[in-house]
Design a protein around this ligand. Structure first.
Ligand code: KIV
Ligand code: NA
Length: 265
């Protein structure tokens, strides 16, 4: 199978074919995700929670992200590889963002993901113009948990929904090709998705009308002992293997059976 590229993803969006993203952190699971048909592997800074046992993603470092990106890249060839920029690695200025993005790209990432709305648009444009594809991330942005006052749904008020729309528009204009929306009312996420021209939306707790979906691998296979969010479906229930569970996730995203209303806000 041909490797997934930015062009592939743009075509999937245009054709209304759902994009399947899942986090992965090591070579063995990268191979498993590849054979189950996952389009994008995200080396998420959620590794702070699910691998390291941290209370938040804030302690994750560039060294951690580089290491896990290198591990994933050795395990697969087809999926598109996206790596999270960790807290503090892109916030100072766009030069710092480029320097750290370059480290992730050298480790094998094909795109970097960073959290933030309109205020990150300058940084996004700077990276994109220099050859670094960017995935934006709005709604609940876990690196801002201390500012947000907890892991809660974003964009519930008219004002909040308008904020998300303005953020999405600015990020698209800055050149972001993908945008994760996390814990956003399904109706708001659908409206944002419909309003965009080229940027594909990837939902997590953002309803079924996004262009694609993402989940944390450890939630999908039911091995994360911490708090279980409403959107975190355990696909091991009724499955006889991890391969079967991930394959069902892929099938359910492609056919828009996942997320179901009980996973949404
Ligand atoms: O770190 C992560 O796994 C993420 C996804 C949940 C979108 O950012
Ligand atoms: Na993340």
């Amino acid at each position: 199978q041909k490797p997934v590229t930015l062009t592939t993803l743009g075509k999937m969006r245009a054709d209304g074919e759902k994009i399947v993203m899942l986090t992965g952190y090591d070579a063995s699971f990268a191979a498993l995700l590849e054979r189950c048909g996952v389009d994008i592997i995200l080396i998420g800074d959620s590794l702070g929670n699910v691998l390291q046992g941290q209370k938040s993603t804030l302690p994750v470092s560039m060294e951690h992200m580089v290491y896990h990106t290198e591990c994933v890249v050795r395990g697969c060839t087809r999926p598109f590889i996206v790596s999270d920029m960790p807290f503090g690695s892109y916030h100072e200025n766009r030069e710092q963002a480029m320097r750290n993005a370059a480290r992730l790209m050298a480790a094998g990432a094909q795109m970097v993901k960073l959290e933030g709305g309109e205020f990150m648009a300058d940084t996004v444009r700077f990276l994109v113009e220099r050859g670094v594809p960017v995935c934006a991330h709005i709604g609940l942005t876990p690196q801002s948990v201390n500012q947000l006052g907890g892991y809660r749904v974003q964009g519930r008020t008219d004002e909040g929904a308008a904020r998300l729309m303005a953020d999405a528009t600015a990020l698209e204009q800055a050149g972001a090709a993908l945008m994760v929306m996390e814990m956003v009312p399904a109706t708001v996420a659908a409206h944002v998705t419909r309003s965009l021209h080229s940027m594909a939306t990837i939902g997590i707790g953002a309803g079924v009308d996004c262009d694609g979906q993402v989940l944390v691998l450890h939630d999908l296979i039911g091995v994360f002992p911490g708090h279980k969010a409403r959107f975190a479906k355990n696909f091991m229930e009724g499955a006889t293997s991890i391969d079967a569970a991930v394959t069902r996730y892929v099938d359910d995203v492609r056919s828009a059976r996942f997320p179901a209303p009980e996973h949404c806000y």
